[in-house]
Design a protein around this ligand. Structure first.
Ligand SMILES: Cc1cc2nc3c(=O)[nH]c(=O)nc-3n(C[C@H](O)[C@H](O)[C@H](O)COP(=O)(O)O)c2cc1C
Length: 382
């Protein structure tokens, strides 16, 4: 049974654990943060119509994501610098996920280098998220490193040609200054447990990037990396990756149905509809709002995942009923990681699993196919 009672509670625990500049980096969004809130509101607009008589107590929510069978339709989203939330955080998160048969997508901006993650976690449970850098030699090197590690799913994120202002980061001097300041130290002094652990930990830089000389400390790297992402990428780059990457190719961050159709034509295996958790285009729609249009456009060969604002098992069931292959979760597991390391992530996954199962039972849906077949009876947008 999950030890946690809600993601909101876990968020508070993370706030009490992390120095303010780090919590705000994790928790915040761009400008007014309206998209951050919209993600949650849009999910709550879908309401269930219960179907209780004849319900089955043990629903089956197995589904295939990125070519792998999973017990629950959830993947851990790439979260940059997750290893700052807890020492070796990327390893802890991926290990907790693999322990429950769930895949984790490692961020390009991982504190623990991928070579070290695959020593601890079966790469079959891992995907690697790539940003296309202006420097194509670095980009190519990163892609080969992922493949050489035995990772066969590449998730290329395309929604970050620029990084808009994130007010909380700007206020805290994170990602715009290149050294630790008195203000950061003040935040750390009131979080002695985190600070003590971080001081003893090995990873104090974005270890995945260390070899490319983008700054000698975390603050310098954090200030540089957004500028390294190529703002001019287009379909040529997707075509290039499709031609060179022998494994499954996933594009993350599209929202326009035309783009999904084009990705399908180019042989992209899966899409993640996403507004980057409300951290990019402020005022953007939530992915769930455009899910059905994108499914229609992409055709049946493409898997379509969604992310942004998923906080309950009920949210996951809504997305799957609407036709999503699965859901990525970002902040929920990151809060768990900050609050309680590997166990915290395992608890979050367990919490989602229990929520998904009870929801399916209350909808009288024995499996995902039944849920989709009865979508009009079971779901209303109000
Ligand atoms: C702290 C933080 C860092 C993130 N870093 C990345 C990243 O490096 N690459 C990426 O593709 N998405 C990144 N994202 C976006 C997530 O992959 C995901 O799209 C988003 O968190 C989903 O929304 P949710 O947090 O409401 O679940 C990040 C999100 C957060 C909160």
């Amino acid at each position: 049974m999950a030890m946690i009672v809600s993601v909101d509670r876990l968020r508070l625990a993370a706030r009490q654990t992390l120095p303010r500049w780090l919590f705000d980096y994790l928790d915040g969004g761009s400008y007014s943060e309206s998209t951050l809130h919209r993600n949650i509101a849009a999910l709550s607009e879908w309401r269930f119509v219960p179907q209780v008589l004849g319900a089955l107590p043990q629903p089956d929510v197995r589904s295939s994501i990125f070519g792998r069978q999973q017990d629950v339709p959830i993947v851990l989203a790439p979260v940059g610098m997750a290893g700052m939330l807890s020492p070796d955080g990327e390893i802890k998160a991926a290990r907790a996920a693999a322990g429950q048969g769930v895949q984790a997508c490692v961020s390009h901006f991982s504190i623990v280098p991928i070579e070290r993650i695959v020593q601890a976690v079966d790469p079959d449970f891992l995907a690697f998220q790539l940003y296309i850098f202006r420097n194509r030699d670095i980009t190519r090197d990163m892609v080969s490193r992922a493949w050489d590690c035995g990772i066969h799913t590449l998730v290329v994120t395309v929604d970050t040609p620029v990084t808009p202002l994130r007010e909380r980061d700007a206020r805290n001097g994170f990602r715009n200054v290149s050294r630790l300041s008195g203000r950061h130290i003040a935040h750390m002094m009131v979080r002695p447990r985190w600070t003590f652990r971080a001081a003893r930990a090995k990873g104090r830089t974005i270890g995945n990037l260390d070899r490319y000389g983008m700054g000698s400390n975390l603050f310098a790297q954090a200030a540089t990396i957004a500028r390294e992402i190529d703002p001019h990428i287009g379909w040529d780059e997707i075509r290039w990756l499709r031609d060179t990457w022998k494994g499954r190719l996933v594009v993350k961050g599209v929202m326009q149905p035309d783009d999904s159709a084009q990705a399908g034509r180019l042989g992209v295996d899966a899409l993640v509809l996403s507004n980057h958790g409300g951290r990019q285009l402020d005022g953007a729609v939530a992915a769930i709002e455009l899910l059905e249009d994108n499914i229609k456009a992409a055709g049946s060969v493409t898997e379509i995942l969604v992310d942004g604002g998923f906080r309950y098992g009920t949210d996951v069931v809504k997305a799957v009923a609407l036709g999503a292959t699965g859901v990525m979760i970002g902040r929920p597991y990151a809060y768990g990681l900050a609050a309680d390391g590997e166990q915290g992530v395992a608890d979050v996954l367990d919490y989602f699993r229990q929520g998904i199962l009870s929801t399916m039972t209350l909808l009288g849906a024995p499996d995902i196919a039944a849920l989709r077949d009865n979508r009009d009876r079971l779901l209303r947008n109000l």
